[in-house]
Design a protein around this ligand. Structure first.
Ligand code: ADP
Length: 623
């Protein structure tokens, strides 16, 4: 096999990477150690779970070797799973993640400097090109005969040739560049390893040459000795008790398992004892993972059984809506050879999952007491929590305490509990309006009656609210009511409103006749103060946004939903219309009342030219 080019995008990415992470070049070591640790985890798992690997015995370890003779050569090796030619092409020749394109397009301006984003896309291996101008990877996959050599300068591509290897595992040989030469140094390497990788579950050995002097005066001789020293504590961090761990320990461990260079927003470390024993260490990243809204997001939680790694590719360890959680679940009770395929049906796993969710939600409840920090959380994760309200029936009550909404009464975010506290004594429900434009929602005529009665309305401008809000139904004995549904005003109606309704009936009939099939009904409104008209949808009909969503989900045969036009009996225009007998004017005005109401709700006009003609006719009559 000869020289190969990197698959698209890699070139670009390398360039960006090298420039944006330059000041953090030491993370190359963390990335390599973390890859080695994963490779050891994988092989260990196979030796317990797979017949074909049972006869492999190995002492998992990672070795860092300073080459004192060939200065500026650094080797990091492991005796883990290794790679064959196919693996090498797939993992080091391309960046296979779906998010890469998107990532690149976002990496402009200031964001280029945001090194967190880089870790999120698992381009970790490429960080070595910050410190090396040539890299050789020697590797042999466990259970296979052939070994391989992969070399690259990180710019023009790579070569891949067969090469004999004594045993399975991977050796990464770095030819350090000028920047990298500072790492050709025992103290530096030890310090960086301790900082980032102290709690990797496997021992890391540093090989170096120690120099000392013997004798005195002219007899003084330099003695060189090759030494090998374990430099990390090699204890699974999550198994330690909280009191033994500092914030820094937790943070560095987070960085090792996620590749994120930022500190986490929150950590939760729990040991469950009782019928089931397990340990969980969960983190919430400061910034939502960039693939959070991709169907093929990378799950963030790794499963261990009695400290043996089982999988990091199982999306069902936590419910989907908690996919932003990173960390570890380590069970004492699952069998080591638990089949990954059957994990989802495993009773023990289900119990661990349920227990973990309860724990996470209760920690978040606690966290929410700190308003400032919780606002940051909401800015990143409000939407997945709302997905939870929709999908996790068992925890709906807890989730309803955690979601936040905008409101007509307060700046920033409010909880449903706070809304309830502000409710008027005789208020019948929790009112909300949904749509996709906050400003438009705040100015909607639908809110006029609520404003005049000083009733708070929640402004729900996230598209997911359209599905989730109607599902909430009740919050602590208060019904949630959409203000753009026909029945929402019923509890605010007065006797006087009803009297006006009867009086205006004849005009409503005329308008209805003028609009024909374009409306479901024309009714008197008790919600309007300034505007002459507005549109609502029938309580039993899906809203416009909902229909769009249903359509995109494959439901194509839907009867057209028609709006209900509400008319304000107190408005001057309406009063004048009541007393006119000009049929053409009633006709034009009816259309205009409907069109302007639709327009205010953001619905585009079907026939703008016709709208203008009518408007002009009415104006010329008025002038
Ligand atoms: P990530 O570790 O986030 O997947 P990397 O770019 O660091 O991204 O590595 C890409 C892939 O290369 C890894 O997922 C793994 O499959 C493979 N790999 C890297 N280092 C090793 C190693 N030491 N042993 C076995 N496989 C490795």
């Amino acid at each position: 096999m000869g020289k190969k080019k990197f698959k698209t995008e890699v070139d670009q990415l390398l360039h960006l990477l090298i420039h944006s992470l330059y000041s953090h070049s030491e993370i190359f070591l963390r990335e390599l150690i973390s890859n080695s640790s994963d490779a050891l985890d994988k092989l260990k798992y196979l030796t317990v779970a797979d017949e074909n690997y049972k006869n492999i015995t190995f002492d998992p370890r990672i070795d860092i070797v300073i080459d004192e003779e060939n200065h500026k050569v650094l080797t990091i090796s492991d005796n883990g799973i290794g790679m064959n030619d196919k693996d090498l092409e797939e993992s080091l020749g391309t960046i296979a993640r779906s998010g890469t394109k998107n990532f690149l397009s976002q990496m402009s301006g200031d964001k280029v400097k945001d090194s967190n984003l880089i870790g999120q896309f698992g381009v970790g291996f490429y960080s070595i090109f910050m410190v090396a101008d040539k890299v050789e990877v020697l590797t042999r996959k466990a259970g296979e005969e052939k070994g391989w050599s992969w070399t690259s300068d990180g710019k023009s591509g790579y070569t891949l040739v067969e090469k004999e290897m004594e045993s399975h595992g991977t050796k990464v040989i770095l030819h350090l560049n000028e920047k990298g030469s500072e790492y050709d140094n025992r103290w530096q390497l030890e310090q960086i390893t301790k900082k980032y990788s102290n709690h990797i579950a496997f021992p890391i050995f540093l090989h170096y040459e120690s120099k000392s002097f013997e004798g005195e005066g002219d007899d003084r001789k330099e003695i060189k000795e090759n030494k090998i020293e374990q430099i990390n504590s090699a204890s699974a961090l999550w198994k330690k008790s909280k009191s033994e761990l500092s914030d820094e320990d937790y943070n560095e461990f987070y960085k090792t398992i996620t590749g994120d260079n930022d500190e986490p927003m929150l950590k939760m470390h729990t040991r469950a004892e009782g019928t089931l024993e397990y340990t969980t260490l969960f983190y919430i990243p400061k910034k939502a993972p960039m693939d959070m809204f991709y169907a093929d997001y990378k799950p963030g939680v790794k499963l261990y059984v009695r400290r043996v790694f089982i999988t990091d590719d199982e999306k069902e360890l936590l419910p989907t809506y908690l996919r932003f959680i990173k960390g570890i679940i380590d069970s004492e009770d699952l069998p080591l050879n638990v089949s990954r395929e059957l994990l989802q049906q495993n009773k023990i796993m289900t119990n661990i999952k349920n227990g973990s969710v309860k724990k996470i939600l209760s920690e978040l409840k606690n966290f929410s007491k700190d308003k400032e920090k919780y606002t940051e959380f909401i800015q990143q994760y409000n939407r997945p929590l709302k997905e939870g309200v929709y999908s996790d029936f068992a925890n709906k009550d807890e989730l309803l305490e955690l979601v936040r909404y905008k409101s007509t009464k307060v700046d920033g975010w409010t909880s449903l509990a706070e809304y309830k506290d502000r409710m008027q004594i005789d208020q019948k429900g929790i009112y909300f309006i949904t749509g996709d434009n906050e400003k438009m929602l705040r100015n909607s005529p639908l809110l006029e009656a609520y404003k005049s009665k000083d009733i708070e309305v929640l402004i729900m401008d996230d598209e997911i609210d359209e599905i989730v809000a109607p599902m909430i139904n009740m919050y602590k004995e208060s019904e949630l009511k959409a203000v753009n549904k026909s029945g929402s005003m019923d509890d605010l109606k007065t006797e006087e409103d009803e009297k006006k309704e009867t009086e205006i009936k004849p005009l409503l009939e005329k308008i209805k006749a003028a609009l024909g099939e374009d409306v479901k009904d024309v009714v008197a409104s008790s919600r309007l103060h300034e505007s002459p008209s507005c549109v609502v949808v029938d309580e039993n009909d899906p809203t416009a946004q909902m229909q769009q969503m249903l359509r995109s989900m494959g439901q194509t045969e839907m009867p057209e939903v028609k709006p209900i036009l509400e008319i304000n009996p107190d408005h001057e225009i309406v009063k004048k219309l009541e007393s006119t007998s000009d049929d053409e004017l009633i006709n034009d005005a009816s259309r205009l009342l409907l069109d302007q109401a639709l327009m205010v709700e953001g619905v585009p006009l079907k026939d703008p030219a016709e709208f203008a003609r009518r408007l002009n006719r009415v104006m010329s009559k008025a002038l």
